[in-house]
Structures are given as C-alpha cells and as structure tokens.
Design a binder for this molecule. Structure first.
Ligand code: PBG
Length: 325
C-alpha cells in the first residue's frame, strides 16, 4: 500500500491519535538523579557551570532525597567531595567518609522508598585527580582494584543498594563482586560504567567535584570514543564479571552504542547523560536558542528510544515535573 491509499499523516492529526501510536514513553521511573555531597559544607552552593545543580551539605541530603522520591524518581546516585585528598584516595573508603555518611542519612530517612546508587571511583579523592593508584605518571591496574574493593565495601556497609564502579580499570566488576559476596553483601547490585568514553563532556562535573586530573588525561583507562566494537567487548566482560546493570556514557554522542549494547546483551541498560550534555542545553536555553522543556524531553526520549532502560540525568527533577503535568 502506498500513497494515496496510505497516508502517514492520518495518525498524526490529533494529540490523542499521536498518543495512541507513540512507541517510546518516557516516565520519571526511568530516571536517576545525581547528587553532589560536600564534606564540611554549611549550606548548598550552586555549581556555576551546571545551572540549577548544587553541592549539598550533609544535612540537606535527606530532604533532597525526599523531594526526588516525591517526584516519582526511583533512584539517586551519590558523588562525594571530601575534605582531604591523598595519593591513595583513602577518604573514599573511610567509614566516616562523606558518601558513607550521606548513604546513612538517606537510608535512615527513606528506607526502601529510594534506591541509593554510589559512584565507586577515586578521582575526587586522590591528590593527583586520577581514577586510581599511580606509579610515576601511570595508573596501575591491579593495585587500584584493591582500593576500589574497599570503597565498594564501605558503601555497602553504609547501606548502598547499588554500587557503580566508574574507574575503567580492568577486572573492577569481578573484584568488587567477589569482595561484596565474601562479606555477605550478595544482594548489593553492581551498575557497571562499562563503556565509559574519554569524553570532553565531563568538564562541568570535574569543576563541580574538583576532580580534574592534575596532569595528563584519562585516555589510558577511559575508552576511545571512536570505537564501538570495543564498547561491546567492555560490556561483554562486565556481564561475565557479574554486572547487574551495564552503562554507556556519555549518552547523546553514543546513541548507536546504547542501541548496540541493548540489542546484543538484553541487559538492563543505563545511559549517563553527563554534565556537559546538561550544561549545553541549559546554556542554549538561557539565551533563548532552544526551548528547554522541549529539548530535554526530546533528548531523554531519544536516549530511551535508542535502548536505555535507565537514564542518569541532572534534568531528572525538572523532567519528572514536566512529565507529571
Ligand atoms: C568519576 C566520574 C566522572 C563522571 C562520573 N563519574 C568524571 C570523569 O570520569 O572524569 C562524569 C559525570 C558527568 O560528567 O556528569 N570517574
């Protein structure tokens, strides 16, 4: 059947017809909201490069978690900003660390009404800003694994539901799964930052979390964004190592990867719409160059259409509000 018998516009005539045939429906349940918690902070501090986002003091996280849950968002992911840094990132696994305390605050207030995910990495906690342990200028793989295990365990002990290793060192999912199981945390899930690329879109995050590398870049551990077969191999390894959820990051430059990963593995698939993606829309919207609500909903729907089941996004609260309207 072709034109004029077939007319594609018939089903686009009214909003109800369009609603009826819509293939991808974004809901607040698809979203995870990232939260920055800073040790020793007195009151919330706006993040300049991420309009609408804040570094939060510990005494504000429970309130924020309550707001996130009330919008129908099922989960948040915590990023800590510690007071002290050293070469080994030891403040990342202190039982009194900022993330460990924040998990406690949220879990005490919310119980199982909100999923608490934690980022397991060292870059905010090391004096050199790299995601692992250095020998000279080089990040060493296996020594980093031992520290990441300690970080994940400390998060699990504090009550995290899901840990999300993001250092991009080989074997991190296996190491963390074994450590968790050994200590009786077999129910703590792993969301693996599997295909995490060396992207320029993390810039605002590094400003927000004071985690830019002091020298060099992250290309010896994060993936080359030109590679998609390699992204599939990374995901395959993480699945074999025990990941419960796999992730592609960033999101908008990687819609093809999200699609390939979802199609190939049928795993719960997350996409991280990162800080730079957020700030680009915010900046253009502030100048009146794009309509913020329309642009955000279009981008998030496209990420879901590509195959993401879960979208980590700084737009989560605003998007959930718009979706409820
Ligand atoms: C930690 C980490 C980063 C992001 C998430 N986890 C920074 C980085 O890899 O440099 C970036 C998130 C964002 O840009 O929103 N390694």
């Amino acid at each position: 059947m072709v034109f004029p018998t077939l007319r594609m516009r018939r089903l686009r005539r009214t909003s109800k017809l369009r609603q009826l045939v819509r293939e991808t429906v974004l809901t607040p349940s698809d979203l995870v909201y990232p939260l920055f918690v800073e040790e020793g902070l007195e009151k919330a501090r706006p993040i300049e490069s991420m309009p609408g986002q804040f570094q939060l003091p510990l005494n504000r996280v429970a309130e924020e978690a309550e707001e996130v849950a009330s919008l129908g968002i099922p989960a948040l992911i915590l990023f800590g900003i510690p007071k002290t840094k050293d070469d080994w990132g030891s403040s990342a696994y202190s039982p009194q660390g900022i993330v460990q305390q924040a998990i406690g605050e949220i879990k005490r207030a919310m119980g199982d009404r909100l999923v608490v995910v934690t980022d397991v990495c060292l870059c905010q906690y090391t004096s050199h800003g790299h995601c692992g342990i250095l020998q000279g200028q080089e990040m060493v793989n296996d020594a980093t694994l031992e520290v990441l295990e300690k970080v994940a365990l400390s998060h699990a002990r504090a009550g995290a539901d899901v840990v999300a290793p993001s250092a991009m060192v080989d074997g991190q999912v296996q190491a963390i799964r074994k450590a968790l199981d050994r200590e009786g945390f077999e129910n703590v899930a792993i969301m693996a930052y599997s295909a995490k690329q060396a992207s320029s879109f993390y810039g605002p995050f590094r400003e927000a979390a004071y985690s830019a590398p002091a020298f060099g870049d992250r290309r010896s551990y994060q993936m080359d964004y030109a590679n998609s077969d390699e992204a599939l191999r990374e995901v395959e390894l993480d699945v074999k190592e025990g990941a419960d959820i796999v992730m592609v990051k960033p999101a908008l430059p990687c819609l093809d990867l999200i699609h390939r990963v979802k199609t190939a593995f049928r795993m719960p698939t997350a996409a991280y719409s990162v800080s730079g993606e957020y700030s680009m829309i915010k900046a253009a919207a502030a100048r009146g160059w794009v309509h913020e609500k329309a642009a955000v909903l279009e981008v998030l729907t496209a990420i879901k259409r590509a195959g993401a089941d879960i979208i980590l996004t700084y737009h989560a609260k605003e998007a959930a509000g718009w979706l409820k309207e």
